[in-house]
Design a binder for this molecule. Structure first.
Ligand code: BDP
Length: 326
């Protein structure tokens, strides 16, 4: 063996030992607030595997889960500036930046999961993905965020009246603040990572989220009353920093785009399984679930939220088209 061959063999051995991410020419850093094993985290990992195979080890993804890179609002900023390459976030914290994300963050805008999938998989979804670009992001794909319901540490919520005066955490977007105000509650916008201790110490009475988040965050341990009123169905988005995107060749950009889209069915399957498993887990742990709830008064109360936020022709048109989607 020549010296060069020996050096190459040693290098290969060390690369194999230190894991595949390092073997890649470029490793994209992707952020997620959720813990390892959560459907969004696993879907981006699956996308990374596809990317590594399809680019023959040129491009890989490393997922920094559990908010290792920060809370969503901060990581969105960092993604804009290319400090983070990719980010999987709820569209809520994007509302004040990318106007189009507001329409899919409106309470009761979607009639069902099927309706949401039709909209997000179709031309409206494509338009919303494109809307990220002028703001420094490339929209890659949408993931499911389930439907969000109220939970709290005080009492079962069986009607709007029970929410009156309650301090409820919402994601950082004006839409959600106005939604709570319209329901007579006190909205407290704060990062996801602060919710558990804020409920525990009584800073807030509760929050709202889907089954997997209610479960994986441990919020069910401190807020055991969960009311299945399903007021929001906010899709999640996987974005790439435009700065990182521009460093890729057109071929690699196309491969990234396709791998992100191919991760969607993976995500949806994992999501459906996790929704069930999370519900079972929190019920078994003693969460009190209120399923007998009339949603109509909640829907009716949202009129001022639509009036305040759906003002431009662009948003009016998007809302009308979403509502008309069968
Ligand atoms: C979860 C979303 C996550 C949000 C979180 C929140 O998946 O992206 O950060 O809600 O409430 O459902 O902030």
């Amino acid at each position: 063996m020549t010296f060069l061959k020996m050096a190459k063999a040693a290098l290969l051995a060390s690369v194999l030992m230190t894991g595949s991410a390092l073997a890649c020419e470029t490793t994209l850093r992707s952020s997620d607030t959720h813990p390892d094993g959560y459907p969004t985290v696993e879907a981006v990992k699956a996308m990374g595997k596809m990317l590594e195979e399809r680019t023959k080890g040129k491009l890989c993804i490393e997922v920094f889960h559990s908010a290792q890179l920060g809370q969503e609002k901060d990581t969105i900023e960092q993604t804009k500036f290319g400090v983070i390459d990719m980010n999987r976030v709820s569209m809520g914290p994007f509302n004040n930046l990318v106007e189009e994300t507001k329409v899919v963050s409106l309470p009761f805008i979607f009639r069902s999961t099927d309706h949401m999938h039709k909209v997000m998989d179709g031309p409206i979804g494509e338009e919303i993905l494109k809307a990220f670009e002028p703001h420094g992001f490339v929209g890659l794909a949408f993931f499911d965020g389930g439907s969000r319901s109220f939970y709290n540490s005080k009492k079962p919520i069986t009607s709007i009246d029970d929410l009156k005066g309650m301090k409820v955490r919402v994601m950082q977007s004006d839409i959600f603040v106005d939604m709570m105000t319209a329901l007579g509650a006190n909205a407290t916008p704060m990062p996801y990572g602060e919710v558990y201790s804020s409920i525990q110490t009584g800073v807030i009475d509760g929050a709202e989220n889907n089954w997997p988040s209610y479960e994986s965050s441990g919020h069910f341990e401190v807020a055991r009353y969960y009311t299945l009123n399903q007021h929001l169905m906010v899709p999640e988005v996987l974005v790439m920093s435009k700065a990182s995107w521009d460093k890729l060749s057109p071929e690699d950009q196309a491969t990234v785009s396709q791998a992100a889209r191919d991760a969607v069915p993976v995500m949806r399957k994992l999501w459906a399984e996790r929704e069930k498993a999370s519900e079972e887990k929190v019920r078994a742990a003693g969460a009190q679930v209120i399923t007998d709830i009339d949603k109509q008064p909640f829907i009716d109360a949202m009129k001022p939220v639509y009036e305040k936020h759906v003002t431009s022709d662009r948003l009016k048109d998007l809302v009308a088209r979403i509502q008309a989607t069968e």
